[in-house]
Design a protein around this ligand. Structure first.
Ligand SMILES: [Zn+2]
Length: 448
């Protein structure tokens, strides 16, 4: 790679000395990033399957492989078990003297390969075809993990001085409940991190915002009965339908109020699961006891999760109040009939709300030093301007910002639509660019 000064950078006489020195350092480091080594490491990582299982982890083997690699690089390495079989790996490269701490965050877990016979190539072979490496995790995010390791290794080998330190946080369970990053924060690792680069497949766009998410369960409870005598029970399905209609209305109000975010699009409240009965066989002639719905809520900057939770609670409370009032007063024709027949005994209605995951949206200002450092690195390496963008889902970065106040940038190789599909792949050329961007970003951030 021959370094050329970006044509977009204005060089004023006062800045020329400074700019002339920086590219030399960056050039010296990125020369050490070798395509073949990056390819080999990506393949090695893919060849250690790390699909997470709820009861026995799954990232253990690949985490230990990474830990050994970091030790060989000469980093200080800590392996911390989050759950049995699921350890976080933390590697630290010390710079010279006091300064900031830059974190590279990657995850070791991958999602299931599904039916391997559906794949063109073995999902764990890491096959190279033309310019592409195929395999589960190639894109999300073992390729980017390899790029981060090779970037730090190149900095280490080059001997180019920098201040502060680089922390590699190679965490578990990003695809699940993000227990790895939560453990990392709870154990104090995030306390001294000044900024983080989240290594995820986003077409090497410079992502400065991420959607938030709420995972919600709704349960309506009535009374089971024979389908031929529905009035002997109480059907929990119609109140659930009414609740979901009101929630649809709430979604429309939020879209109206906030409009379209330029990077993230519209907010959404999507019912993804609807079940009745919740337990046992569904049968046509049985009025179920309970009905359950799951909501996948995605939020954008400007929305308050607390306000949304309150609005959902109010919708459920109101439905419960109206239904219970009808049951008590016998105002409905059917209810009068029930009361007359003396069948109302034990009939009640309840609506419950359970929020089991809350991931706030994030937004990092373009003025933040980490955003400026990555943008400058992008200009230095490519000679062009970065494409600013947003991440449609939550990442481990969500919690680094929400719980620890760390400014984040998400950037990495890989097409956005490729993760979690069969025949997952990543371009080796894109990974090379990513490794150079990571190395240059670290130098920009830690030598400024
Ligand atoms: Zn990922």
């Amino acid at each position: 790679m021959v370094f050329t000064l970006s044509p977009y950078l204005p060089i004023t006489p006062s800045l020329s000395h400074q700019i002339a020195e920086e590219p030399l350092k960056i050039d010296q480091v990125i020369k050490g990033i070798k395509r073949d080594e990056l390819l080999k490491l990506t393949q090695e990582l893919i060849r250690v399957p790390s699909v997470r299982c709820e009861d026995r982890g799954g990232e253990g083997k690949v985490a230990l492989f990474v830990a050994r690699h970091l030790e060989e690089m000469g980093l200080d390495v800590v392996v911390e078990e989050v759950e049995p079989g699921s350890p976080n790996v933390i590697g630290i490269l010390q710079g010279q003297g006091e300064g900031s701490c830059l974190m590279f965050e990657c995850h070791t877990d991958v999602v299931t390969e599904g039916d391997p016979s559906e794949w063109k190539y073995d999902p764990y072979e890491g096959k190279l075809i033309g310019n592409r490496i195929y395999g589960r995790g190639a894109c999300d995010t073992k390729g980017n993990l390899a790029a981060a390791l090779k970037a730090v290794e190149a900095i280490c080998r080059s001997g180019v001085p920098f201040k502060g330190k680089i922390l590699l946080g190679i965490l578990v369970d990003e695809e699940g409940l993000m227990r790895g990053v939560k453990h990392f924060i709870r154990h104090g690792w995030a306390n001294h991190v000044n900024a983080a680069i989240i290594c995820e497949p986003v077409d090497n766009h410079l992502c400065i915002t991420q959607k938030g998410a709420l995972r919600v369960e709704l349960i309506t409870t009535g009374k089971m009965s024979h389908g031929a005598m529905p009035l002997a029970g109480f059907n929990p399905i119609p109140p659930m339908v009414s609740i979901l209609q009101k929630i649809k209305h709430l979604e429309e109000e939020e879209i109206e109020r906030l409009g379209k975010d330029s990077f993230l699009g519209y907010p959404s409240i999507t019912p993804t699961v609807l079940q009745a009965p919740v337990k046992g066989e569904p049968q046509l002639n049985v009025v179920p006891y309970q009905c359950r719905a799951l909501l996948d809520i995605r939020t954008i900057p400007g929305q308050s999760h607390e306000a949304l939770k309150k609005q959902l609670e109010d919708i459920l409370k109101e439905e419960e109040r109206v239904v219970c009032e009808s049951l008590r007063s016998g105002s409905l024709r059917e209810i009068r009939e029930i009361l007359e027949k003396g069948l109302s005994k034990g009939i009640s209605f309840e609506a419950q709300l359970n929020i089991f995951e809350d991931r706030p949206w994030t937004k990092t200002s373009k003025e933040e030093p980490i955003v400026q450092a990555v943008a400058k690195a992008y200009q230095s390496i490519t000679g062009g301007e970065p494409v600013y963008d947003g991440v449609p889902g939550a990442t481990d970065g969500t919690f680094l910002t929400a719980w620890a106040g760390i400014p984040i940038v998400t950037i990495g190789a890989g097409k956005r639509m490729v993760p979690h599909q069969k025949d997952e792949w990543v371009s080796i050329e894109d990974l090379c660019l990513t490794a150079k961007l990571y190395a240059a970003s670290a130098l920009e951030f830690l030598t400024r």
